[in-house]
Design a protein around this ligand. Structure first.
Ligand SMILES: CSCC[C@H](N)C(=O)N1CCC[C@H]1C(=O)O
Length: 358
């Protein structure tokens, strides 16, 4: 468990405690994977002396073992039990870290507990520091998740996708990922033809046609850790303009990857990708950041954007995924997962990056 290191950090930063609801932070700190707690109040309370206690629904009695926990049953007053825990931990005032994704109704319920005068701060203030550098076990998990998405890409290339609806292909990809891993890290994106001009296109009814460029963006989870890959493929010969765009994106991705070094700021990697695309005349069509950190969350620190002030260090993991999106025509994105190892970038995803024409 990583709670010890977390407590040292909160003390060092002058916080009095933390209230953490189920989330990737909760999993990172406790190793507990509480599936679908939904609306049932579940909170881990930690104080700056290193004492901690969990409040959880009794449905999870079989899952939570060997962890200091008070369980509550449906029909009981969970907030009353939480107030007893906070009193025991002497958490009634002060600077308290709150899980960023805590449900608003829980937070309001906590604010209404008697005798509390908390000053709330987002938990990410502390967790980002802990989670940004992955240890070797975490990197192993991410390598495994990356292998899965590479394998899925090979499978896709063996399918007859001409005439298939985007959403059918997205479902097939999802099923393959689920077969090979612990699950998807987000709902796959399949964007064909002019739909590929939308970076977060929701796969729909459009059938894949001859001459389409198709963006495939999907990810797997292994042991909680995510991969995230994008490849753009052609079905039949695409028009010359799209082929030109493909080559610009491939060059931008390669240049940004080669720029990765320990000690430079994340925004330097973004700048390299952006300059490559701007020089080719497509600057205004690269409408998002170059990448994002990857780990237990599919989007986390360090963000690789024009405002990326984080200094890259060994153990950081992130995506490099420049794209060009031309409304009415289509788009191209190429994305790899990268880890900083021995001072340089190492690609975790290795699927073919040359344009594949099916
Ligand atoms: C979590 S949904 C989007 C997944 C995708 N791989 C992705 O992260 N992006 C697609 C466009 C840019 C990038 C993003 O920052 O959202």
């Amino acid at each position: 468990m990583r709670i010890g290191k977390f407590v040292s950090l909160i003390e060092e930063k002058g916080f009095d405690g933390a209230l953490i609801s189920p989330s990737t932070n909760f999993y990172y700190l406790t190793g507990l994977n509480l599936h679908e707690v939904g609306e049932r109040l579940t909170v881990l309370a930690v104080n700056a002396n290193g004492d901690y206690h969990l409040l959880a629904p009794s449905l999870y009695e079989n899952v939570i073992q060997g962890f200091p926990t008070t369980f509550w049953r449906d029909g009981e007053n969970a907030y009353e039990k939480l107030s007893w825990i906070l009193a025991d931990l002497k958490l009634s005032s002060g600077r308290i870290l709150i899980e960023d994704t805590m449900r608003a109704d829980w937070l309001i319920g906590i604010m209404r507990l008697g005798n509390n005068s908390f000053e709330f701060h987002p938990l990410s203030l502390v967790m980002r520091e802990l989670r940004m550098i992955k240890d070797s076990q975490e990197i192993e998990m991410m390598k495994h998740a990356a292998k899965v998405v590479d394998r899925v890409f090979e499978e896709v290339l063996s399918w007859d996708i001409l005439g298939m609806r985007e959403k059918e292909l997205a479902l097939k990809i999802e099923l393959k990922i689920r077969e090979l891993s612990d699950g998807i890290s987000f709902e796959p994106i399949v964007a064909s033809g002019e739909n590929a001009a939308n970076p977060h296109h929701a796969p729909g009814e459009r059938r894949i046609r001859k001459g389409d460029m198709v963006i495939l963006d999907y990810g797997a989870k292994v042991g909680g850790y995510c991969s995230d890959i994008t490849r753009t493929i052609a079905v039949g010969q695409p028009n010359e303009k799209l082929i030109g765009i493909y080559n610009v994106v491939k060059e931008a991705q390669e240049n940004a990857y080669r720029a990765v070094r320990e000690g430079i700021k994340a925004k330097e990697v973004d700048r390299v990708a952006r300059e490559t695309i701007a020089k080719a005349g497509y600057g205004e069509y690269f409408t998002h950041r170059t990448g994002h950190g990857l780990g237990l969350d599919v989007h986390e620190e360090p963000y690789i954007g024009p405002d990326g002030e984080v200094v890259l260090k060994n153990g950081m993991t992130f995506t490099i995924e420049p794209g060009i999106y031309v409304p009415g025509l289509g788009g191209v994105r190429i994305e790899d997962d990268v880890a900083v190892i021995d001072g340089r970038g190492t690609r975790l995803t290795k699927a073919e990056r040359e344009l594949v024409v099916l």
